[in-house]
Design a protein around this ligand. Structure first.
Ligand SMILES: Cc1cc2nc3c(=O)[nH]c(=O)nc-3n(C[C@H](O)[C@H](O)[C@H](O)COP(=O)(O)OP(=O)(O)OC[C@H]3O[C@@H](n4cnc5c(N)ncnc54)[C@H](O)[C@@H]3O)c2cc1C
Length: 486
């Protein structure tokens, strides 16, 4: 059997590669950067570790199919400790605060206390979250999907009258993202199925890399695929920017779909749903701007993730006015003794992403100055919300949508891919690229509700499809229908 080449060493590509290497297939992953993991990454600054990704990992409960997949690819192993955070996240503002607790009844009680006039919407929302939990009936689950699939978080928030409840709903990941993303993730959290692996993104990515290598798979870092040689409907060679050429019997594209279609393959070959969205015009995206600080551990006024008003002079937050602040006190190895890391994240829409990306391309100096200004404004907002931080915050790094473009080539810096407003996209995209005999897709973009589970599941599904076609020619059906959600 010939070589299977995977473009992109993110979680989707690595999962596909591992599932194929497990059954003895020859697999090579071509990754443009010098690390494996894609968005699942972390980096060092001034003796501290900055963790880009893992806020929570859905599928951590033993006995679930997702947990088995995590163990299969090395995302989790027997020795990985899981941290149970006290709440999913906490939202502060408008004179009050509310958290998404581990106890759904408590969340409902507090929502009602804050806003009795939102009783009806609160009851619906809580009912839908219950339905999406393990053991929810098929009917109530279907009703929740039908009701919330067409709603973005912004549209859901607008159904509530109280500004704090509105803020809480969009604090999850901004306004554009599908409301199902929040409902699924919170339901998994309530089920004890969305905890935080210790060691964070760095250790998880290392375990995944090790798993593929131990199965005999090959990884070529610093190998950005720039051109394909296609003949008789088959991609037979991949050419990289470093001058290397890789012959392939089968190719799995696990790069951002915007790279796959438009840069590597013609847009006409993209699944119809993506073409309709046309990537640029009217296609909602989510990216974010971040700042990381080291702080005296004794000064930390909160744990886990809290979301606060970021409007206090925060230039880059003008679109949203909210920022998520995440503490890493549970990871003592991420900072020197007596210190801990906090990270701030502000979600931005496509327009604001474009502004950062254009600035970074046009004028490096102005981009650097804008990042500094952002850091100053965030510092002011943090000190205003938590006066204990005064004099204790030391800036480690700032990164923006332009950083995501530079690192993963993500379209408009968007890393969740499956932004769905008004159900523009179907719940699943196909794994096979129409018009090419030996080309497949695997990506977090391919199914709802996106994030790491969707990336891994799509990699697994694509590997199954490749194996099935190798065995039986060209089957008419997908191997197995995996359910939507976690
Ligand atoms: C700030 C942040 C927080 C997040 N938090 C969470 C969370 O808590 N839980 C969760 O489930 N998800 C989270 N996510 C989302 C999650 O990280 C992504 O959904 C997931 O990593 C997507 O995986 P992927 O493999 O589809 O894509 P990617 O991670 O983008 O991987 C694509 C890979 O392809 C490579 N590539 C691109 N072009 C080429 C080319 N031409 N040649 C070779 N290689 C190429 C890229 O370098 C990259 O490594 C978060 C993301 C971010 C950015």
């Amino acid at each position: 059997m010939g070589e299977i080449v995977v473009v992109g060493g993110g979680v989707a590509g690595m999962t596909a590669a591992i599932c194929l290497a497990e059954v003895g297939r020859r697999v090579t992953v071509l990754e443009k950067t010098d690390r494996i993991g894609g968005n699942l990454c972390a980096w060092k600054r001034d003796g501290c570790l900055i963790d880009n990704c893992l806020h929570w990992l859905c599928g951590t409960r033993r006995g679930t199919s997702l947990r088995s997949l995590w163990e299969r690819i090395g995302m989790l192993d027997d020795s990985t400790k899981l941290r149970k955070t006290p709440y999913f996240y906490r939202s502060i503002g408008y004179g009050g605060e509310i958290a998404l607790y581990r106890d759904l009844e408590r969340t409902e009680r507090e929502m009602l206390l804050i806003s009795p006039e939102d009783r009806k919407e609160t009851a619906r929302l809580i009912g839908a979250i219950s339905a999406l939990r393990a053991g929810g009936s098929v009917l109530s689950r279907a009703a929740a999907l039908a009701r919330y699939a067409p709603l973005s978080l912004g549209a859901l928030a607008r159904r509530f009258r109280h500004p704090l409840l509105r803020a809480m709903l969009t604090d999850y990941i901004g306004s554009e993202f599908s409301s199902l993303g929040l409902l699924f993730a919170y339901a998994a959290y309530l089920d004890g199925n969305a905890d935080l692996p210790s060691g964070g993104s760095l250790e998880a990515a290392r375990r995944i890399e090790w798993r593929l290598l131990s199965l005999g798979g090959k990884i070529e870092k610093g190998s950005r695929v720039t051109r394909l040689l296609i003949d008789h409907g088959r991609v037979h060679t991949l050419l990289c920017a470093n001058g290397r050429a890789y012959p392939a019997e089968t190719v799995i594209f696990a790069s951002d779909p915007h790279v796959t279609f438009g840069k590597l393959l013609p847009m006409e070959l993209a699944p119809r749903a993506l073409r309709k969205g046309d990537f640029g015009r009217g296609y909602p995206t989510v990216s974010s701007i971040h700042a990381a600080f080291s702080v005296d551990a004794a000064d930390l006024p909160f744990t886990s993730t809290v979301c606060i008003d970021g409007r206090a002079g925060c230039h880059a937050a003008r679109a949203r006015g909210r920022m998520a602040v995440r503490a890493f006190d549970h990871e003592p190895d991420f900072a020197p003794d007596g210190k801990t890391v906090i990270q701030v994240m502000l979600f931005v829409d496509g327009e604001e992403s474009d502004a950062w990306i254009a600035l970074a391309e046009r004028d490096k100096g102005a981009y650097a100055r804008e990042k500094k200004r952002f850091a100053r404004d965030v510092t002011a907002a943090l000190v205003s919300a938590f006066p204990k931080f005064k004099g204790s915050l030391a800036l480690l790094d700032v990164w923006t949508p332009a950083s995501y473009v530079r690192y993963t080539d993500a379209y408009r810096g968007d890393y969740m891919g499956y932004v769905l407003e008004g159900a523009r996209l179907p719940l699943r995209l196909p794994t096979k690229i129409k018009g090419l005999e030996n080309a497949y897709l695997a990506s977090g973009w391919q199914s709802m509700p996106s994030g790491l589970p969707s990336a891994a599941r799509s990699g697994e599904r694509t590997a199954e499809r490749v194996l099935l076609e190798a065995k039986a020619g060209h089957p008419e059906r997908e191997l197995r229908k995996s359910r939507v959600g976690y």
